[in-house]
Design a protein around this ligand. Structure first.
Ligand SMILES: C[S@@+](CC[C@H](N)C(=O)[O-])C[C@H]1O[C@@H](n2cnc3c(N)ncnc32)[C@H](O)[C@@H]1O
Length: 300
């Protein structure tokens, strides 16, 4: 396992040392899953910070799996009712983003300006505001430097970077702009989380039916009886993983899938132009290159 995916370490940078809480909240818009899984029964999802499991548990029986015991325990606590505390920097991802946001005033992003942007709900006005007041030359230069290989290497192990395009900063800026051109800021909790670091708690269903499983997704699904799940939400667990793990995971998903099962898989990588099942632009988290929604039996 350790050679097949870097996520087993439960750390972004080094494979030595205790596992850490990497994500205090999720940056994945589970509205995609809610729509794709309509009329489906049992769901397998990656636990991460628990947001997707909580959101889906109102309509589905959910098994939430994670390779990182610290993350799984955190998700379990959240499902049991622990909320996100405003201003609380929970995981390594939030700490890295908070460090990046510390540069905001230096590029002219005052909190007042960012709040004014986030209060908008007309997407045409949002794009005008973004282009004229936020996406300035100073911001571009700093953002692209911050997301350059040299800086990312200080925070992430090489496996987490190998699949990213070399001009990732520029690409991510474009993803942000195209997201602002589609989704109203005022009702987008992910925009607030990214730009201000404000945690967003999921609307909770009255009862959360979630079972937790510690382990890697492929190993768990290989051991399930055939046809156990109607839907799979796999986060971006293949980002950084070896091709051999992709093969194992896709075989395991097809084995564990019912006939009409659906899979949602995200990636930070740039999509192949011919990927017609890509829903990245509908994801209000604004970050993803790929949000692939397809039949589980076509997952390879
Ligand atoms: C892939 S990361 C990405 C998080 C995501 N971008 C978000 O917004 O929350 C999500 C979770 O997947 C877990 N994970 C990674 N690879 C896994 C695997 N093969 N099986 C099970 N869990 C895995 C990590 O431990 C982490 O908690």
């Amino acid at each position: 396992m350790s050679r097949e995916t870097p996520w087993y370490a439960g750390r972004f940078k080094s494979s030595h040392g205790a596992q850490q809480l990497l994500f205090g909240q999720m940056y994945e818009d589970a509205a995609i899953e809610q729509k794709a899984f309509e009329n489906k029964g049992r769901v397998f999802c990656i636990a991460s910070a628990g947001c997707t499991a909580i959101r889906l548990s109102g309509d589905h029986d959910v098994v939430a799996c994670d390779i990182n015991p610290v993350q799984l325990e955190y998700a379990e606590r959240r499902v049991l009712g622990a909320g996100l505390v405003a201003g609380y920097v929970a995981g390594c991802a939030e700490r890295a983003m908070a460090a990046a946001r510390a540069f905001a005033p230096l590029v002219g992003w005052s909190t007042r300006k960012v709040r004014a942007f986030l209060a908008l709900s007309d997407v045409t006005e949002q794009v005008e505001f973004w282009r004229s007041q936020l996406d300035t030359q100073r911001f571009r230069t700093s953002f692209e430097a911050l997301l350059s290989r040299a800086i990312l290497r200080l925070v992430y192990a090489p496996e987490f970077l190998a699949f990213l395009p070399p001009n990732f900063g520029e690409i991510l800026r474009r993803r942000l702009e195209s997201g602002f051109a589609r989704h109203a800021n005022a009702t987008n909790p992910f925009a607030r989380a990214l730009l201000l670091g404000e945690p967003h708690d999921e609307p909770r269903p009255a009862t959360c039916r979630v079972q937790f499983a510690l382990g890697d997704a492929a190993s768990y699904l290989e051991c399930c009886p055939a046809g156990s799940f109607d839907a799979f939400s796999l986060s971006n667990i293949l980002d950084g993983a070896q091709p051999s793990y992709r093969d194992r995971l896709s075989r395991a998903v097809r084995h564990a899938a019912t006939k009409d099962a659906v899979v949602v898989l995200r990636s930070f990588a740039e999509p192949q132009p011919e990927l017609i099942t890509n829903h990245a632009q509908s994801d209000r988290a604004l970050l993803w290159g790929v949000v692939d929604v397809r039949s589980a039996h076509l997952f390879e």
